[in-house]
Design a protein around this ligand. Structure first.
Ligand SMILES: C[S@@+](CC[C@H](N)C(=O)[O-])C[C@H]1O[C@@H](n2cnc3c(N)ncnc32)[C@H](O)[C@@H]1O
Length: 468
């Protein structure tokens, strides 16, 4: 149930705000701290609760917060960092909440002009006398992302790995993307002398964290992966799943954050590499997301995108094979490219599709230079062939066994066998058995005959010298 959270150090203010929000659903968080560290801890817990990080719930529509809190003789402002990982206050209370798509309204009483300016620059709205209710209503109405999509994605998180890894065709698509991402990153890492700081946008259950931090050539080069998703339940799943497959030393390189792709609140040029993969670009408001990707990629840095290829969706069989009620069709989604909607089982979410050249042009507009010679599309079969047919082609060893314990589990225990690996030997088997190569070959043949490109596209781009 959605509510407006009030975070304040004063009981009187809490009551005052509650009165001002009549008709809405206020929820109070009273802070009384002895030291600055204690205060920071209390605020961190309130921010985590508001953003649903711990339990995956999404209950906050907006936050009303005091601009300044006192702890002993010291003060803490909402623009001060709550966590230490990022410079520029990217982990301040205000950035953490707004980065989760939650508007923040700040009580300016006790704020210096300098602080009020910092709040406004960070995107916080200063509360005006007698206007709280109107301001909250308008802030909620202008949130940059789609809450409906968030709900569908969040609900999808628990079954995501079984869905993704359960069919030969999907696995082939995953392997193709893996190949693309790893080869581009290895090439980039060769020319890059320092450690790599990577942003994984729409990290889901942490497929790329597993892939990259187990890759023998990349593992030691990576100093940090910031794994971002707007759906808290995905973050919960990723946090549970990854310790089984990654060494503790590599787990410590990952920072999980709930942020929305359209409004990231990271410092400009902070990342060497940004991955925006498997639909995050297509599910978010792409015109905003691409600007954000360009902003947070450092000059000379690399951005890798995967998305749905608009021109592949013109097959006349697309509508036939992609119907959700067809049990033999692997493909459980149907994209209506004219309405920009994707049907995911019984749910419908917004989904942009792109022709590769148009997507590359969009990248140029935001200051990213696509490496056109590296763009790829794959595989047509994913969208076109029937599940039973593809499963016949796959090796028998490729079927998944979720009850099996992981051979080299870094965190064995009761939940060990419930988590699926994207680097499992059965998946590797797909490659070794020739199945994956076969898919590629058939795909190339199909493309020759049909003169169409594959269902997914992958595009690599470098950040140009001038900031957009
Ligand atoms: C299809 S999943 C892909 C997950 C993962 N990258 C993978 O390849 O397995 C897309 C992810 O993007 C996230 N996502 C979608 N729209 C988003 C947005 N506007 N901001 C942040 N994350 C978003 C979803 O919650 C979901 O985890």
């Amino acid at each position: 149930m959605s509510a407006i959270t009030i975070i304040t150090g004063s009981r009187d203010r809490l009551r005052e705000h509650e009165r001002g929000l009549r008709g809405m659903r206020p929820r109070g968080g009273l802070v009384a701290a002895k030291s600055l560290d204690d205060l920071r801890d209390q605020l961190r817990r309130l921010v985590d609760a508001a953003t649903g990080i711990a339990d995956g719930s999404i209950q906050t529509q907006a936050v009303i917060v005091d601009g300044k809190f006192g702890a002993g003789s010291r003060a803490f402002s909402v623009t001060d960092p709550l966590y230490r990982e990022f410079p520029d206050g990217a982990n301040s209370l205000i950035a953490m909440l707004q980065g989760a798509g939650i508007p923040v309204l700040v009580d300016p009483r006790g704020l210096s002009a300098e602080c009020a300016y910092a709040v406004a620059r960070a995107g916080g709205r200063l509360i005006k006398d007698g206007q709280l209710r109107r301001q909250v209503g308008s802030a909620i109405a202008h949130v940059a992302f789609n809450r409906e999509t968030l709900k569908v994605e969040n609900d999808f998180a628990r079954g995501y790995d079984t869905e993704e890894l359960g069919g030969a065709a999907t696995v082939s698509a995953i392997l193709s993307e893996n190949e693309f991402v790893v080869s581009q990153l290895r090439e980039f890492a060769k020319e890059h002398t320092g450690g790599l700081r990577i942003l994984d946008l729409g990290c889901g259950t942490g497929r790329f964290e597993e892939l990259l931090l187990t890759d023998p050539k990349l593992r030691s080069k990576i100093t940090q992966i910031v794994a971002v998703d707007f759906a808290p339940r995905y973050l919960v799943e990723a946090r549970r799943r990854l310790p089984h497959f990654l060494k503790p030393i590599d787990m410590r390189k990952i920072v999980f954050l709930r942020r929305i792709a359209e409004d990231l609140h990271f410092p400009r040029g902070y990342f060497d590499v940004v991955l925006a993969s498997f639909g995050v670009v297509c599910f978010s408001r792409s015109h905003l997301t691409l600007q954000q990707v360009s902003k947070v990629t450092r000059t000379g840095g690399l951005a890798l995108f995967n998305g749905y290829n608009r021109s592949a969706l013109t097959y006349e069989f697309d509508a036939k094979i992609a119907r959700t009620d067809n049990p033999v069709t692997h493909f459980a989604i149907h994209i209506d490219k004219d309405k920009n909607r994707m049907h995911l089982g019984s749910s419908v979410i917004d989904c942009m599709t792109f022709d590769v050249p148009s997507f590359e042009n969009l990248l140029r507009l935001v200051g990213l230079n696509p490496a056109t010679e590296h763009s790829r599309t794959f595989p047509t079969l994913y969208g076109a062939a029937r599940r039973d047919y593809l499963n016949e082609l796959a090796s028998p060893a490729a079927s998944l066994d979720p009850g099996r314990e992981h051979a080299s589990c870094h965190k064995p225990g009761t939940t060990c066998s419930t988590h699926l690996s994207y680097q499992d030997e059965n998946l590797v088997e797909h490659t070794d058995s020739g199945f994956h190569d076969l898919i590629h070959k058939m795909d190339a043949d199909l493309e020759r005959v049909l003169d169409r490109q594959g269902f997914y596209f992958s595009v690599a781009a470098h950040k140009g010298p001038a900031d957009s």
